[in-house]
Design a protein around this ligand. Structure first.
Ligand code: ZN
Length: 112
């Protein structure tokens, strides 16, 4: 399950930033086209944060809708699937504008 390694990485990065402080919440931005299952991340988060400074931290997930822009006609469309075809010409391709990100937006820490 690749969400497990993704979550493990996020937890490691946040824990490193927090140093010796406790983390009370973590806000993630997960794009709808990132292929990351938000439910699986939530599930893994609890397991991965056990016995770390993130134990019991709230996980807030912001889902970013997919948007693409056509390289030929410049049209912007909402993408529900990672299919990057426009349709204005048989070969037109869309570039992803948003929706493929996986970011730690913010974290809250409390001093011990
Ligand atoms: Zn187009």
């Amino acid at each position: 399950m690749h969400e497990l390694s993704i979550t493990r990485n996020i937890v490691a990065v946040v824990a490193e930033r927090a140093g010796r402080r406790r983390v009370s919440s973590v806000r993630l931005a997960i794009g709808k086209l990132s292929g990351v299952d938000v439910g699986a991340v939530r599930f893994c988060f609890e397991a991965c944060t056990e016995d770390t400074t993130l134990a019991g931290a709230a996980l807030i997930v912001e889902e970013i809708p997919g948007r693409g822009r056509c390289d030929s006609c410049g049209r912007e469309v909402e993408l529900v699937e990672p299919i990057l075809r426009c349709g204005c010409t048989p070969t037109s391709m869309l570039s992803i504008v948003s929706g493929d990100e996986l970011l730690v937006r913010s974290m809250e820490v409390t001093d011990v």
